[in-house]
Design a protein around this ligand. Structure first.
Ligand SMILES: [Zn+2]
Length: 452
């Protein structure tokens, strides 16, 4: 089948894709709570003739499989939302539900495009009578960076040969930049309560210990390797100021270019907490929640994806959509927009071309993803599609708003085409497969040990 025929197959699935984008956007679910999302996609793919496989150890995760034999192509879909980003499809900050969740990372689009791409690929293989297996992976808990790590641990990725994914962003780009490795952990402090006015001398403050840990970490920041990110949130357990806090908690993320750097920095953050506990005569307990690996890059895979991005018709926008994008952009700091416009050489509110093949070297990715672990066990590639205006970052209300409009939906349909086309290339071009596999073998780290 020609590329144009594959793109046409996706166009025929446009309503299905847009419907999925909207249904998931209207029903935002946090990591670990993806009942609606996992059922929605299971049913969608089952109806299309895919076989479903679930795993009792990983709730809300599933495999929908079609076809037989190798290569086995894994198209990864996600569907979780973020706390506190409930947002209407509006160009001003307006919640749907006060304090509710919202799709500020566009995973409603991510999953919809992956499912649409998998269905399109299945239809194409069926029409061509080609050997090979298409798998849609329903991947929960991406925002807490642990779903795919668990899925790997429970052997859900066994037998796969190649993985494909994409992410909504402000640009269209095939990239082979790495994401940062990450660890997520908590500290639980215990002290002694007392009346803060009447008898403070009898109290030992868990809150003080937590604050001193954070102060220690601010000093630590100067002495970690480049590219390290340390962020945290705190929980003072609801006590009032007139109580010496007997309990307090903090939740940390450490990110760094390699898993080994993350582990090292995490140990040093632990020392800050231990030191703070000594200073305040309190106790501290540590809990590692999750961790994920950096992304193993693959230039050959990115080259193949890039060829398809360039071959596809670019996304076109109506005057109304451009106006909406412009209004959204007006809510973002002017310098941020100017910086992105300069970096991508773009005047309009939406990025409407394909970023240069070497663009990533100028804009490396400083986030983390649990797809990193997938990239350690098989060749994996991902690309981005413009779902919101330049200057808008994921995890903002602006991203959540755009993910609920035709801006995001157009990105999803476009991404589905790229996923189906690249997977088709991998399936039908043995020489490309070999090139990608050879690069994977040369880069892979035999010492890959999952964080948990
Ligand atoms: Zn995301």
């Amino acid at each position: 089948m020609s590329k144009q025929d594959i793109f046409k197959t996706v166009d025929e699935l446009k309503d299905l894709c847009v419907d999925a984008c909207r249904k998931i956007w209207e029903n935002p679910e946090l990591s670990g709570e993806e009942n609606f999302g996992s059922e929605y996609y299971s049913e969608l793919l089952r109806k299309e003739g895919f076989r479903l496989v679930v795993n009792e150890h990983v709730p809300h995760a599933f495999i929908a499989e079609w076809g037989s034999g190798h290569p086995v192509l894994a198209i990864l879909g996600e569907y979780d939302a973020l706390p506190g980003f409930s947002q209407k499809a509006s160009c001003v900050r307006e919640e749907v539900t006060e304090g509710g969740a919202g799709h500020a990372c566009g995973h409603n689009l991510l999953g919809a495009a992956a499912a649409t791409g998998a269905i399109a690929l299945k239809r194409v293989l069926e029409a061509d009578g080609l050997e090979g297996t298409v798998r849609f992976y329903g991947c929960p808990e991406e925002e807490t960076l642990c779903g795919k790590v668990k899925m790997i641990h429970y052997n859900m990725f066994d037998g796969c040969d190649f993985a494909f994914s994409w992410h909504p962003m402000s640009v269209n780009m095939a990239f082979d930049t790495s994401y940062l490795a990450n660890a997520s952990f908590k500290f639980y402090y215990t002290g002694l309560s007392s009346h803060a006015g009447f008898a403070p001398q009898n109290g030992r403050s868990a809150l003080d210990a937590m604050e001193l840990t954070n102060v220690g970490v601010q000093y630590l920041r100067e002495h970690v390797i480049d590219g390290t990110r340390i962020h945290y949130t705190t929980d003072s357990c609801g006590y009032a100021p007139n109580i010496v806090h007997p309990d307090a908690k903090s939740w940390y993320y450490v990110r760094a270019p390699h898993m080994s750097d993350v582990k090292e920095t995490m140990e040093r953050v632990k020392k800050c907490a231990q030191g703070a506990a000594i200073m305040t005569e309190t106790q501290v307990r540590f809990e590692l929640l999750s961790g994920c690996s950096e992304m193993l890059i693959n230039n050959a895979f990115a080259d193949l994806t890039y060829k398809n991005l360039v071959e596809m018709e670019p996304i076109s926008y109506t005057a109304e959509e451009r106006e909406f994008a412009r209004k959204i952009q007006d809510t973002v700091a002017m310098e941020t927009c100017a910086r992105e416009r300069r970096a991508y050489n773009c005047d309009g509110p939406m990025f409407e071309t394909i970023a240069l093949r070497d663009q990533w070297t100028r804009t490396p990715m400083k986030a983390s993803t649990d797809s990193g672990d997938v990239s350690m066990i098989m060749p994996m590639n991902l690309f981005t599609a413009a779902a919101w205006p330049l200057g808008v970052a994921p995890h903002t209300w602006q991203a959540a708003a755009c993910a609920g409009t035709s801006l995001g939906e157009k990105a999803a349909v476009w991404a589905a085409k790229a996923l189906a086309a690249t997977a088709y290339d991998v399936l039908t071009m043995p020489e490309e497969r070999e090139k990608i596999k050879a690069e994977f073998e040369s880069r892979r780290d035999d010492k890959y040990i999952p964080m948990i």
